[in-house]
Design a protein around this ligand. Structure first.
Ligand SMILES: *[C@@H]1O[C@H](CO)[C@@H](O)[C@H](O)[C@H]1NC(C)=O
Ligand SMILES: *[C@@H]1O[C@H](CO)[C@@H](O)[C@H](O)[C@H]1NC(C)=O
Ligand SMILES: *[C@@H]1O[C@H](CO)[C@@H](O)[C@H](O)[C@H]1NC(C)=O
Ligand SMILES: *[C@@H]1O[C@H](CO)[C@@H](O)[C@H](O)[C@H]1NC(C)=O
Ligand SMILES: *[C@@H]1O[C@H](CO)[C@@H](O)[C@H](O)[C@H]1NC(C)=O
Ligand SMILES: *[C@@H]1O[C@H](CO)[C@@H](O)[C@H](O)[C@H]1NC(C)=O
Ligand SMILES: *[C@@H]1O[C@H](CO)[C@@H](O)[C@H](O)[C@H]1NC(C)=O
Ligand SMILES: *[C@@H]1O[C@H](CO)[C@@H](O)[C@H](O)[C@H]1NC(C)=O
Length: 749
């Protein structure tokens, strides 16, 4: 509301500055004739605290505080609005009261230490007929005017009798005598009264009396509990045997107002002046008078009790001003410029119109800020609303758990909570907010603090997994609390070192973890191996950081194309897929078998074959060396009677993982074996019934190789599976052993 007013004033200013009307001088916003006063509104900022001079035919008169109260002027600085409102009574000292009421003033402003004068003038004629008696209770003076045709003298007979002894017949001209509660003061002539601060005047057939508040001749009393200030002056003129007396009583409610549950309350006695059957009220704010009914529609209330009229102005009344104030809390107060007219009729049916100008200020009212925690745990972010922040209070900064942030927040301003504690399966997040608020204008900060908590259920992370042509990719978007878990492959914790050791590709930052596990690396399990394809399964375990207990796992199985592979399973089976085209010279497919010729391929597709057989069967040889156990067999076929060709297939198990090898009949390994497929060509005498011993003796030493001797070191990293391709067919028949081996292209897994 206050803002709107300020805004409209600013708008007025800008209108006037663009459409300069000669009539208005700089800083003057408004010159207005009201029903009983003339008003000049001046922009406070533009004039920097203006001064006024009254001008009439006799000269110019500086309007000081005292002079204003005596002569019927009031200067009201409305700093909240940036305005100075100057009011002049129609009967003010220097008004030319001929046809209408002509006002002339000098407005004096100071620019760069120099006074600048602006002459302002306006003539008003009151739109409203004068009541027989009119009383104005201005902020700084009381003014009474009465019709000068005298009322029936009978009413004054008592006064006359009491006054009579005080005056000698020689008394000349008008005299005035004041009466306070219990005594009659000696009379004085009008010039003396004027020196005392009282002004009597005769204008427009009315006798005018004006007095500042707090004069020695005034008295304060209470009428039905309402404080009232009264100046009772009796004006008299005695000429020969005729005496004229005029009773001038200025009486005003001095109630400063009080504040009750949203209303500024102001009281005035019903019968400050004699009233027959109550008074009529009209009222408004900022000099605007309206009918009571209209005011009541705007939320004003009027009540009569105990012979008192009580006015209630709602704190949000249009035309009221509101201001926030920061001092160990946020407070607000309201200012209302009440204008009220109370009309009464006495027994002679003579009307008295009583007008009040009252500036009513509420006490500092504590402003109750509140916060509403609208945090949605699912969003993973705190949402806290700060409510009831007055319009003229600004949030200037805030602290989150002690860390300072400027407002408004920018997107760059993200704050991640680091303080939290774990409670069972939930995390308790706590956010202490310390808001810094300032009233504008103003610099005093007010700190408003609130602490909010969010209990977030925590679950172990689970990876997104996807199949690629050469392996499986795992992805994990970190949540703030994912540090509670360890990630492991089998029993080994996943670390950059472990990833490097096993040939995984890992990238890890504070936001996410990406892990690519190529096919045939450590951790894979294989199933459903056929010549068309096989299933590879990789498992990532999530363990409790403290207890290593497995909390969850991500298991991903993908279908891969079968090229060449050898799987040495923990339960003692060797599964081999190989392409004999490597060693076949022509496209013909001979009979293919293992060393035991009854062991034939499970599947054949062109030159590709799949064998799957128990390690101990099909004529395999077993060899113990250097802590390893090697099972070896041969995929065998005969081209010429005297030449055998084929592939040596091996599964090598660390002896340590086979501790039960010789005590328990069943094969059982802790780990999968490590396999080789090695082409060979050998000369024999005809087809053999391939027994172990025969094969051992018939293998040409120069053409079989043990991987430990000849294979490059990285060969060992592919512990479970060995697959390779050979570029040229049968290089072994043409070249030496070493060269032939170098021709082998080892897979890049
Ligand atoms: C009153 O003001 C008007 C306009 O500013 C001016 O023309 C006129 O002379 C003034 N009258 C007097 C009596 O100063
Ligand atoms: C008014 O009274 C004072 C004394 O109280 C006196 O000095 C003065 O001359 C009187 N003025 C007139 C105009 O009678
Ligand atoms: C009503 O008026 C009487 C005096 O007439 C006063 O003592 C009393 O306090 C008033 N009551 C209220 C509620 O103000
Ligand atoms: C809020 O911040 C202010 C300024 O840093 C500090 O003086 C005040 O103690 C803080 N309030 C709380 C409750 O931490
Ligand atoms: C598997 O082989 C088929 C046919 O050769 C091919 O279309 C497909 O893309 C291969 N898949 C992968 C994952 O390599
Ligand atoms: C990923 O990086 C974070 C530090 O940013 C570290 O705490 C975590 O152990 C790393 N995770 C792995 C699997 O290396
Ligand atoms: C895990 O260990 C940390 C540090 O040793 C300890 O602060 C925390 O309370 C432990 N959490 C649980 C659930 O045991
Ligand atoms: C194998 O026999 C063929 C004829 O049958 C002969 O030409 C060849 O030299 C023999 N090769 C070996 C290595 O004995």
């Amino acid at each position: 509301m206050a803002f709107q007013l300020i805004y409209s004033v600013a708008l007025l200013l800008s209108l006037w500055s663009t459409a300069r009307c000669d009539f208005f001088v700089e800083g003057v916003l408004q010159m207005e004739c009201h029903d009983r006063y003339f008003m000049i509104a001046v922009d406070l900022a533009a004039t920097g605290g203006p001064r006024f001079e009254a001008v009439d035919g006799t000269g110019t008169y500086a309007i000081t505080e005292d002079y204003a109260a005596k002569c019927g002027y009031s200067i009201n600085v409305l700093s909240l609005l940036g305005l100075v409102e100057f009011r002049a009574s129609y009967f003010s000292c220097h008004t030319e009261k001929d046809d209408g009421f002509s006002f002339r003033f000098n407005l004096i402003t100071t620019y760069d230490g120099e006074d600048v004068y602006y002459a302002l003038n306006k003539t008003c004629s009151p739109s409203l007929p004068w009541s027989p008696r009119e009383v104005t209770c201005e902020v700084n003076y009381m003014e009474v005017s009465v019709r000068s045709e005298l009322p029936c003298p009978a009413g004054f007979s008592d006064d006359w009798n009491t006054l009579e002894p005080l005056y000698s017949a020689s008394t000349q001209g008008w005299q005035v005598t004041f009466q306070n509660l219990d005594e009659q003061l000696p009379p004085m002539n009008l010039s003396k009264a004027r020196r005392e601060g009282y002004v009597f005047d005769l204008a427009h057939d009315r006798i005018v009396f004006r007095t500042p508040y707090g004069q020695p001749e005034s008295y304060s009393t209470e009428v039905n509990g309402v404080p009232v200030e009264v100046v009772h002056a009796t004006l008299f003129l005695r000429q020969s045997w005729v005496a004229i007396m005029v009773d001038m009583i200025a009486a005003c409610s001095m109630d400063a107002g009080s504040y009750h549950s949203g209303y500024m309350i102001w009281d005035t006695p019903e019968a400050l002046y004699p009233s027959l059957g109550g008074t009529q009220i009209s009222l408004g704010l900022n000099g605007k008078l309206g009918e009571l009914a209209a005011a009541e529609q705007k939320g004003f209330i009027m009540a009569r009790y105990n012979s008192t009229v009580q006015i209630g102005i709602p704190s949000n009344a249009e035309g009221g001003y509101r201001k926030s104030f920061v001092n160990n809390g946020i407070f607000e107060f309201y200012i209302f410029n009440l204008y009220l007219k109370q009309t009464s009729v006495d027994e002679q049916h003579e009307e008295t119109a009583l007008r009040f100008h009252r500036t009513l200020v509420t006490p500092l009212l504590p402003s109750s800020l509140f916060t509403e925690d609208q945090t949605d745990v699912a969003e993973g972010a705190f949402t806290v609303y700060l409510g009831k922040v007055p319009r003229d209070v600004e949030l200037t900064s805030l602290q989150l758990n002690g860390q300072e942030f400027e407002v408004p927040f920018s997107d760059a301003n993200t704050y991640t909570l680091t303080e939290f504690s774990k409670e069972n399966a939930a995390m308790l997040h706590k956010l202490d907010i310390n808001y810094t608020l300032k009233a504008i204008p103003g610099n005093d900060p007010y700190y408003y603090t609130v602490s909010v908590k969010a209990l977030i259920a925590v679950s172990p992370p689970s990876f997104d997994a996807s199949c690629t042509a050469s392996g499986i990719d795992f992805k994990l978007a970190y949540r703030s609390f994912d540090y509670l878990w360890d990630i492991s492959i089998g029993s080994d914790r996943l670390t950059p070192a472990l990833a490097a050791e096993h040939g995984y590709t890992m990238s890890n930052d504070s936001h996410s973890l990406l892990l690519s596990v190529p096919l045939f690396t450590h951790g894979y399990k294989y199933q459903d191996i056929t010549l068309k394809g096989f299933l590879g399964t990789f498992t990532i375990l999530v363990r409790d950081h403290n207890t290593s207990e497995v909390k969850t796992s991500t298991i991903k199985t993908c279908l891969f194309n079968t090229t060449e592979l050898i799987v040495c399973s923990t339960n003692g089976w060797m599964t081999v897929v190989t392409d004999l085209a490597v060693v076949l010279q022509s496209g013909e497919i001979p009979t293919i078998h293992l060393m035991n010729s009854r062991c034939v391929p499970k599947e054949v597709d062109g030159t590709r074959v799949l064998f799957s057989f128990p390690l101990h069967s099909c004529g395999s040889t077993v060899e113990l060396s250097k802590g390893d156990v090697t099972y070896q067999n041969k995929i065998y076929f005969v081209r010429y009677e005297n030449v055998s060709e084929g592939m040596t297939v091996q599964c090598i198990y660390p002896l340590a993982s086979l501790q039960r090898l010789f005590s328990i009949h069943k094969f059982e390994s802790d780990k999968e074996g490590f396999g080789n497929i090695i082409p060979f060509v050998t000369s024999t005498k005809g087809v053999q019934t391939c027994t172990t011993t025969e094969m051992t003796t018939t293998v040409a030493p120069q053409r079989t190789r043990t991987p430990s001797l000849h294979l490059p070191s990285f060969y060992h990293t592919a512990r479970h599976v060995k697959v390779y391709r050979v570029r040229n067919k049968l290089p072994y028949l043409k070249k030496g052993t070493k060269d032939a081996m170098q021709e082998m292209r080892l897979p890049r897994f």
